[in-house]
Ligand binder design. Structure first.
Ligand code: NI
Length: 135
């Protein structure tokens, strides 16, 4: 089994908060991410697929195709958006890095045909990232 990773990038704004909590509790739980007038992150997205190399191409998946899928379905949708206000996730969702990574996985999985999705790694800062490997 070979693992192939494509790195992409998007910028987005968000705010983490619960409406039914007090401002003090939101600040205590979410820290700077609870800032009421939003803030941005420069997200780095690493998408890893796995499979066996094709006997002719030597590829497990054409990385151009992988890049196009990520661009079309993730970066074009999320880049320069407010993750609380602009995105229809399909369900109510706190736009934490964890939840966005799960949504990215669920969105990409439908479009990856020749091999398997292995990991979605979403990096929010140099020091914090999440990895999701499916359920
Ligand atoms: Ni944040």
């Amino acid at each position: 089994m070979v693992y192939l990773t494509r790195k992409e990038h998007f910028n987005a704004a968000h705010k983490l908060y619960c409406n039914h909590w007090t401002p003090e509790k939101n600040d205590a739980v979410f820290g700077k991410c609870a800032n009421k007038n939003w803030h941005g992150h420069n997200y780095e997205l690493y998408v890893t697929v796995k499979g066996e190399p094709n006997s002719e191409t030597g590829f497990i998946m054409n990385v151009k195709d992988l890049s196009l899928i990520i661009d079309t379905h993730i970066c074009e949708v999320l880049d320069h958006k407010n993750l609380n206000e602009d995105i229809d996730w399909g369900y109510p969702m706190q736009p934490s890095t964890e939840n966005v990574a799960i949504w990215i996985w669920n969105t990409l999985e439908k479009h990856i045909k020749d091999c398997q999705l292995h990991c979605v790694k979403l990096q929010e800062t140099d020091k914090i990232w999440v990895e999701y490997f499916g359920k």
